[in-house]
Design a protein. Structure first.
Length: 150
């Protein structure tokens, strides 16, 4: 990609010399990368290491792959909760269909009375631990859970 973008900056459109939307896209991406590189190098190094460590710990959890994918989607804020669907303009409101309360990942997973009935089947200490972490960001909540739970 570097050669393609470099060629664009030198005045070459593509290998055949014709204009392509793709070549313009590559040129713009290259220029944006060059513009953002100093900031990314300073700020991104520490964040990337921490981020990478968190993701690796998530993928190493010994649970069925369906659960790992669920946790990954939870961390990426891509579960179809009411707030996500409303934000993406895929739903009129953000109410949870079970109870009518405002829906979020936290409400769907921990706070709704219907969900609490399911969690009641688990040890009481586990539920206290899960709901005791007051992180609003699902990824941060998962990172803390990974440290605390065996």
């Amino acid at each position: 990609m570097y050669k393609k973008a470099r060629g664009l900056l030198d005045g070459h459109f593509d290998k055949r010399g014709s204009f392509l939307v793709r070549s313009t896209y590559h040129m713009l991406v290259y220029r944006q990368e060059q513009h953002d590189a100093p900031v990314r190098n300073i700020v991104g190094r520490l964040d990337h290491r921490t981020d990478s460590k968190e993701w690796m710990s998530l993928w190493k959890v010994r649970v069925p792959s369906k659960i790992r994918i669920f946790l990954w989607r939870l961390a990426k804020h891509s579960l179809p909760t009411g707030d996500v669907l409303h934000h993406r303009k895929m739903a009129q409101g953000n109410a949870y269909f079970f109870c009518g309360m405002e829906d979020s990942w936290r409400h769907s997973l921990l706070e709704c009375y219907m969900v609490r009935c399911i969690w009641a089947l688990e040890k009481e200490e586990t539920m206290e631990l899960l709901s005791g972490i007051l992180e609003n960001d699902a990824k941060s909540w998962l990172a803390i859970m990974a440290e605390i739970l065996p």
